[in-house]
Design a protein around this ligand. Structure first.
Ligand SMILES: Nc1ncnc2c1ncn2[C@@H]1O[C@H](COP(=O)(O)OP(=O)(O)OP(=O)(O)O)[C@@H](O)[C@H]1O
Ligand SMILES: [Mg+2]
Length: 265
């Protein structure tokens, strides 16, 4: 059984107000289908406004589609009972682009990473410190960073904290919505390599959303290319640069190789 099945998902945003036009009336995503197997990463590649975050929110159970289904471990996400949903949420975590707005600035790093643990697991104070230290070290941070406030960390360090929080409960699937896009190239590379290592060592599965072909190529096993709300091609990451599909070629070719000189993984 696939870990996640997206089956013919459609979501149209109804435009309202003075600027309503026919063009904006059908913004959204249309007949989106894909599967994610356990332990693998599906990249969702598309330009700004293509509908990537809309799909991410539907998969996370945050935005009900107009039609279609999400099956997570065989359970229909939008038909699940309240208690089923609580269990599913534990296995379905997210990391967003903006590391600072994803955290409460008044909480310590220990409180931030400890939040899901306290919601779902009963650990002693000593156990919690051990688990949080381990998570920080897994992400290349120091254990005593847990006593810092978010304002005392760089964007890249704080994004590692967000990833540590997302993996604290060992979820089955992590949705990564542009997790490195606001960081500089070197930090992007380090964090992508960490995510890759976590996947290989601990068998995490990802839906990795990005507009960046090289980042998608680095982390994904398969890539779904999204254009204007529709998946135009699903392809092995290795074959991404060989695509013959015209709109894929446009999206994949949008970044010339010389722009990425030195960005070798
Ligand atoms: N809440 C909303 N109400 C109306 N339209 C929306 C809403 N959210 C998104 N849209 C529109 O739906 C389309 C897809 O948006 P979405 O945020 O999914 O794109 P995206 O691929 O994530 O873009 P980006 O790379 O810029 O984050 C866009 O045209 C956007 O303007
Ligand atoms: Mg987005």
């Amino acid at each position: 059984m696939s870990l996640l099945v997206a089956d013919q998902l459609s979501k149209t945003y109804k435009s309202t107000g003075w600027f309503r036009s026919d063009q904006s009336a059908d913004q959204g995503v249309h007949h989106i289908s894909f599967t994610i197997e356990s332990g693998s990463c599906l990249g969702l590649l598309g330009e700004s406004g293509a509908g990537k975050s809309t799909i991410g929110k539907i998969i996370l159970g945050l935005l009900a589609p107009d039609s279609g289904k999400v099956l997570f471990q065989g359970v229909d996400l939008y038909a699940a009972s309240r208690s089923q949903r609580k269990e599913l949420r534990r296995d379905l975590q997210v990391v967003f682009q903006d590391s600072y707005s994803a955290v409460n600035p008044r909480m310590t790093i220990k409180q931030i990473i400890g939040e899901p643990l306290r919601n779902y697991e009963r650990l002693s104070a000593k156990e919690e410190i051990r688990v949080i230290s381990e998570l920080l070290e897994m992400m290349g941070l120091r254990a005593d960073d847990m006593y810092k406030m978010p304002s005392q960390m760089s964007g890249g360090q704080l994004q590692r904290v967000n990833i540590a929080r997302a993996i604290a409960l060992k979820p089955k699937l992590v949705v990564l919505d542009e997790p490195v896009s606001s960081l500089d190239m070197i930090v992007q590379k380090q964090i992508l390599l960490h995510l890759k290592e976590l996947k290989e060592k601990h068998g995490f599965s990802y839906l990795f959303i990005s507009h960046d072909v090289m980042a998608i190529h680095t982390l994904s096993d398969q890539v779904a290319v999204l254009d204007n709300g529709t998946i135009v091609e699903t392809i092995d990451a290795e074959s991404l640069f060989d695509t013959v599909h015209p709109s894929c070629q446009r999206i994949v070719g949008a970044k010339s190789s010389d722009q990425f000189e030195g960005f070798v993984f």
